[in-house]
Write a protein of this length. Structure first.
Length: 223
């Protein structure tokens, strides 16, 4: 079966990042943006939200449309450049139901870097962000603990912010929970991604976001 990839414009360069304290002890706030160029994000079943750096070095949320069903098999996605892909199911095959990409697949996509289309828009990763790393996610006391099998020493602030915001929005439609990065050499204080100007998720996501639960991910406690 053939299908046409949807085209998504890369979000515009956003306002500079700034950190400030909030009511959660040892939790920083990571600001991720000014006005975006779209009003509503695609439904979470069909996209990842990755945080790359704009040409000016600003943290920028970029929705990436996920290839139907392929996130379950290998984390594939649709290129947002208008190209077509073959599902491999054949003319008589059925299209798998969409499955929200798990957090580890989303982070793997972030670490792999922007696509050719996204690079053409000037997006990039911070130089100190690992090219690949395995991720485990647990939730403790309302804080998302994101463990990566890479050292945090030497990881710059922008790279850490990319991870925090990408994990927060992979786990929660509104990116609200604080995230604590844990590396092979220790942990960083928890931080939240203050991306109030990131477009709201579609209505189906808005009532009560449910964190991703997978083999390496524990669901967040209920309210």
């Amino acid at each position: 079966m053939r299908r046409t990839a949807r085209t998504l414009a890369t979000l515009a360069a956003l306002l500079p990042l700034a950190g400030c304290g909030i009511g959660i002890p040892e939790t920083d706030v990571i600001e991720a943006g000014g006005p975006a160029t779209i009003d509503v994000l695609p439904a979470r079943d069909f996209r990842m939200l990755l945080f790359f750096l704009s040409p000016d070095g600003m943290l920028t949320p970029v929705p990436r449309v996920v290839d139907d069903g392929s996130a379950r098999a290998g984390g594939g996605f649709r290129e947002p450049d208008g190209t077509e892909e073959d599902s491999g199911a054949g003319d008589g095959g059925s299209v798998p139901l969409p499955v929200r990409p798990p957090t580890d697949k989303t982070v793997a996509a972030l670490l792999a870097g922007p696509t050719a289309t996204e690079r053409g828009a000037g997006l990039s990763n911070a130089p100190s962000l690992p090219k690949e790393a395995r991720l485990t996610v647990t939730v403790s006391g309302g804080v998302i603990e994101a463990g990566i099998d890479a050292p945090l020493d030497g990881m710059g602030d922008l790279a850490a912010r990319q991870l925090v915001c990408t994990v927060a929005y992979a786990e929660d439609a509104w990116g609200r929970p604080p995230v604590r990065l844990i590396g092979t050499d220790g942990a960083r204080p928890s931080a939240t991604c203050d991306a109030s100007s990131v477009p709201a998720p579609e209505e189906s996501d808005a009532d009560r976001p449910v964190p991703t639960a997978g083999a390496a991910t524990s669901p967040a406690p209920g309210p």
